[in-house]
Design a protein around this ligand. Structure first.
Ligand SMILES: NC(=O)c1ccc[n+]([C@@H]2O[C@H](COP(=O)([O-])OP(=O)(O)OC[C@H]3O[C@@H](n4cnc5c(N)ncnc54)[C@H](OP(=O)(O)O)[C@@H]3O)[C@@H](O)[C@H]2O)c1
Length: 335
């Protein structure tokens, strides 16, 4: 079997750690392996039982790879990915840098895997929040056309990386020591997150929407290849460690029924659908190292005859990032 030299830029991060584990557990045919971090502090990762020292990336070092996974930040992706892709290296980018760029496919394999083409070597993976909605409603959108979609998100702390996880841990430790949640000096969020939540993920635009809310709208439209669908979102950060949850309200153009929607959800690729109302998914059980998106509590909304509600949970670090990237790689080696 042909083997592929793999580079992971951001190997010491939250998504990077999961990516390494998935390449190993899914037996991706890895030849040489190269691990990169910021180079600011020494870090080692373990891959297939062997320790690798991480170093700062350079174009020459990355060029040795057949596939480079970018799981660091926008600046790093911008600096290396387009040039590497032009040189023939497959670049799978989890940052938001190129998601909306023309000519860069934004891919969830089970939703729009046909976008992957041999000539398009730079591929973006979507924001971890919208992945659940994009997968759960993909079949319903194809069959009944979603015209309007309202989303309230409940986003885990790990979605903001390892520094955010450290903040939550420190706040909790402080609370159990003193009885008060400390306000940390170098906190990652606008407010303490322990025993709290806030409707702000990212900065605000002039209209009062956050960066995350705008990403959800724009990226979902691109993935579904449909700019007509009206999307409005409120993104909320909650003190959950892992697993993003979504409350969805959607209207359809074509007439449907709860039974027809249930049938569609049952056959949607990459989705596990719970039929009984009391069997709904939760992040602790269904958002932690899970390969599929989970949905439940489908019901007719009380606000309009053609409006329905659905509850969705997915693992932001797996399907929202590392697993989706590995699944992209599994497809591109077959192109
Ligand atoms: N967390 C999620 O749920 C999620 C979901 C979808 C997409 N993403 C995206 O995935 C990327 C990684 O997120 P994360 O949550 O894993 O962040 P993280 O835990 O903060 O990890 C960031 C990683 O990037 C490395 N890095 C930072 N600056 C670098 C530089 N100049 N050159 C090379 N490497 C550098 C860090 O290395 P050091 O350890 O040396 O700092 C670390 O390995 C981000 O673009 C994020 O938007 C994250």
């Amino acid at each position: 079997m042909k083997k592929y030299n793999i580079a992971v830029v951001g190997a010491s991060g939250m998504v990077g750690g999961e990516l390494l584990g998935l390449l190993e557990s899914r037996r991706f045919p890895v030849g040489e392996f190269y691990a990169f971090n910021s180079g600011r502090k020494p870090a080692r990762v373990i891959f297939r039982g062997k320790k690798y020292a991480c170093s700062a990336p350079s174009f020459e070092a990355l060029r040795k790879a057949d596939i480079a996974f970018f799981v660091s930040n926008e600046e790093v992706s911008e600096k290396f990915a387009p040039r590497l892709a032009a040189a023939g290296v497959w670049c799978v980018d989890d940052s938001s840098q190129f998601r909306l760029a023309a000519g860069v496919p934004l891919v969830i394999p089970e939703v729009n895997g046909a976008e992957l083409k041999p000539a398009r070597r730079l591929i973006a993976g979507p924001n971890c929040t919208l992945t659940g909605a994009a997968v759960a409603l993909a079949g319903i959108h194809r069959k009944f056309r979603v015209t309007e979609l309202r989303i309230a998100t409940y986003q885990a702390v790990s979605g903001a990386g390892k520094a955010a996880m450290r903040c939550l841990e420190e706040e909790l430790r402080g609370y159990f020591k003193t009885g008060r949640v400390p306000v940390l000096k170098d906190r990652k969020f606008p407010h303490p997150i322990a025993f709290n939540l806030f409707p702000q993920v990212g900065g605000f635009d002039a209209a009062g929407n956050t960066g995350e809310e705008n990403k959800v709208e724009a990226e979902l439209k691109k993935i579904w290849g449909d700019s007509r669908v009206k999307i409005s979102c409120t993104s909320v950060r909650v003190p959950v460690l892992r697993g993003h949850s979504l409350a969805l309200w959607f209207k359809t153009a074509r007439p449907c029924s709860p039974a027809a929607l249930r049938a569609e959800l049952r056959r949607t690729d990459g989705l596990a659908f719970f039929e009984k109302p009391e069997d709904y998914p939760t992040p602790l059980k269904h958002g932690d190292r899970t390969d599929v998106v989970y949905a439940g509590r489908l019901r007719r909304a009380k606000t309009a005859a053609n409006e329905y509600q659905l509850w969705v949970v997915s693992d932001n670090l797996y399907k929202g990032a590392a697993l989706n990237s590995v699944q992209i790689a599994e497809r591109i080696v077959k192109l």
